[in-house]
Every structure is written in structure tokens, then in C-alpha cells.
Ligand binder design. Structure first.
Ligand code: GAL
Length: 354
């Protein structure tokens, strides 16, 4: 990754000609490079110093789906944080692509990143079950790989995924979803009636699941209820359905559950706030009132949900720290670009919001 040295040795014209398409090329990169203000400024600047001293790192960022509230905040923060770290001598050319929730599309995008000579790849997998293929190809191309948000699990269902542990240039940056599930359960435990509104000795709930293949969804579903049960609270699952993290699906599932089970529904757990926003609309349409005759929980702490929690139209949510996670992912990427050793796992804490 010490291409900067090479750049310093070559004349501006040679650099531009020789390093087109390579990673870590000296700026200005190519005519196709994004027309940023800096790029424009550099073209006007006295040629020698500006381009001989600047190193441009090309970073490929693959997001599972742009149409996702939380991942939109996350990817925007990756881009703006990289931009904030640029200096006169180090530039980051970030290319972010939309996997459209399709693994074949994402695999193609990663292959394109490899042929484009990306210096590092940040990947939010569409399917964690495809982690091995992606890791193998990126490692074979000698490119550091920073996996984010969707954790490939080891055989024991824990953080010991061989493809990550065996490769010093691969890591996962994320939050331990068990913690977010536990916090959801603890918010309910903190209520005076512990979620048992009708006093029948058990908490009857609806669980709106993000995506059954995703550990965040699996752990949140399991650990929210586990927290209640571990505290001796009996639970009854009325409905458990997949809402794919989406608001419209959350609304649909909650509306159907409320019309089928009526007042029996005491708590609606949503694996994320996107779906909780939909459930909130269904609760209102069904003439129910959060905090009085029903409780509603989400995860992410989207701004509108934090507002709802403070107004009482949502019982609680859990901050999924997109700023902490994106900054960690970028910081680790830069460590790898600088040739420094990186860990295999980096964890960012969730925070309870009630
Ligand atoms: C979760 C987040 C969801 C969704 C999902 C995508 O961590 O809570 O809202 O963005 O990641 O994998």
C-alpha cells in the first residue's frame, strides 16, 4: 500500500499515464474520477506538488439495499466521514453501490470492485451465507475486506466465523444484536405491569421479524423474549412474521395481528424501527393507544422514533449506533490501507432509549 512513494518518484504526466485504473494512484486520478471540488482545485493547482504528493485510495462500498432506513444513515455517514478525513496529501475516492437485496447482483459488484483495483472493500452482505465466496475472492485479490452490519456466524452460532478468523485482512464491524434484544425485553420489564396489561399472568405479544437469515433479526427475536422469561415473566407468542425491515410490511403484519387478536395483543416487538413505524400506524388505525392498552418496541433509534418515545407513542427503542459503527469501519479501513494490522472483530454498543 505504499504507492505514495512511487508517485513521488514519477513525473506528473507519467503518473497519470501509468497508474490509471490502479489502486492508490496519485491524484488527479483519471478523467472519470468524480468531479469533486478538490479534484477541480487540484487541476488548477501548480501541477508538481499537488499531484506528486497526494495519494488517492479507492474504496468500494457495497450496501445490501439502498432502500433501508438504517443503512441509508449508515452509508451516508461512511461517505461523509471519509470526506472529513481527507487531507492535502490523502484522498479517498468512495464508490457506493446498491445490492438491491440480491446476492447475485452484489457478487457481481464485488467482482467489479476487484477488477477496478479497489484498495479496500467495505461490504454489507445481502446474504451472510454467501460470506465465504465473497471473502475468498477478495482475499485472493489481496484487498482488505471490512464486513459491516450483517454478521456471518460460525458453526456454533457465535462470533467465530472461520473465514474471518483465518484472514488477517478481513474483519467484521458491528453491534452484538443479543444486546439490542435484551434491551427491548428490559424496557418491558421496567414497566409497572411488566407488559401484562390485562393481568392474566402472561405477556401476549406479536413479533415482527426483520429477515430470518439475518443474525440481527434472529438475536433480537430470541433475546427480547429471553429477557422476559429469564426474569420469570411468562410469555405467549400470538404472531411471528417476517417484515423484511420494511415499514409497509410492519404495518400490514401489525394490522392483521390486531384485527385477528384484538385486545389480546399487549406488546408488539419489532426487530427495527422501520417496521415499528408501520406498526404504530396500524395501532392508531385500530384505535389502540400506546402506553395505555398496548406497548410498542423497535430498534435503531431513528430520529422520528426517538421523538415518538419522548411523546409516548412508542414505548421504547434501542440506539443502533450508525455513527459509531460507520466511523469504526472507516478507521479500520484506513488502518488496513496504511498496512497496519487489524483485529477480526470490532463491536459497538447499543444504547437503550425509553
Ligand atoms: C439492522 C437494522 C435494520 C436493518 C438491518 C439491515 O441492524 O436494525 O434496520 O437496517 O440492520 O441488515
Amino acid at each position: 500500500m505504499k504507492k505514495k512513494l512511487l508517485g513521488a518518484l514519477l513525473s506528473v504526466a507519467m503518473v497519470a499515464t501509468l497508474l490509471v485504473g490502479c489502486g492508490g494512484s496519485s491524484a488527479p486520478a483519471t478523467e472519470e474520477a468524480p468531479a469533486t471540488e478538490e479534484a477541480a482545485a487540484e487541476e488548477e493547482a501548480p501541477a508538481e506538488e499537488a499531484s506528486a504528493d497526494a495519494t488517492t485510495y479507492k474504496i468500494g462500498v457495497a450496501i445490501y439495499q439502498f432502500d433501508d432506513n438504517f443503512m441509508t444513515l449508515y452509508r451516508n455517514e461512511i461517505e461523509s466521514y471519509f470526506a472529513s478525513l481527507e487531507t492535502d496529501t490523502v484522498k479517498y475516492e468512495v464508490t457506493t453501490v446498491d445490492g438491491k437485496n440480491d446476492m447475485a447482483t452484489q457478487t457481481d459488484q464485488i467482482r467489479t470492485f476487484i477488477t477496478q483495483g479497489m484498495d479496500a472493500i467495505i461490504c454489507n452482505l445481502v446474504q451472510t451465507s454467501s460470506a465465504e465466496v465473497i471473502i475468498d475472492e477478495v482475499v485472493a485479490a489481496n484487498i482488505p475486506l471490512i464486513l459491516i452490519n450483517r454478521e456471518p456466524l460460525g458453526d456454533n452460532g457465535d462470533e467465530s466465523y472461520a473465514g474471518i478468523l483465518d484472514n488477517p485482512s478481513v474483519c467484521y464491524v458491528g453491534a452484538d444484536a443479543r444486546q439490542s434484544g435484551t434491551f427491548q425485553g428490559e424496557i418491558v420489564l421496567g414497566l409497572e405491569n411488566k407488559g401484562d396489561i390485562n393481568g392474566d399472568g402472561k405477556v401476549s405479544y406479536v413479533m415482527i421479524v426483520g429477515d430470518p437469515e439475518n443474525p440481527d433479526a434472529q438475536y433480537r427475536t430470541e433475546y427480547s423474549i429471553k429477557a422476559l422469561n429469564d426474569a420469570g415473566v411468562e410469555t405467549e407468542c400470538l404472531v411471528e412474521q417476517v417484515g423484511n425491515w420494511a415499514t409497509d410490511k410492519g404495518q400490514e403484519i401489525a394490522a392483521t395481528a390486531l384485527s385477528q387478536h384484538g385486545d389480546a395483543v399487549e406488546v408488539i416487538f419489532c426487530n427495527n424501527d422501520g417496521m415499528a413505524l408501520g406498526a404504530a400506524a396500524a395501532i392508531e388505525a385500530a384505535g389502540r393507544t400506546v402506553g395505555e392498552d398496548i406497548y410498542l418496541l423497535g430498534v435503531d433509534a431513528l430520529e422520528e422514533c426517538q421523538q415518538m418515545v419522548s411523546e409516548g407513542t412508542m414505548t421504547g427503542t434501542v440506539l443502533n449506533d450508525h455513527i459509531g459503527q460507520s466511523h469504526k469501519a472507516v478507521d479500520v479501513t484506513i488502518e488496513a490501507l496504511n498496512g497496519n494490522a487489524i483485529d477480526n472483530y470490532y463491536w459497538v454498543d447499543y444504547v437503550m432509549i425509553k
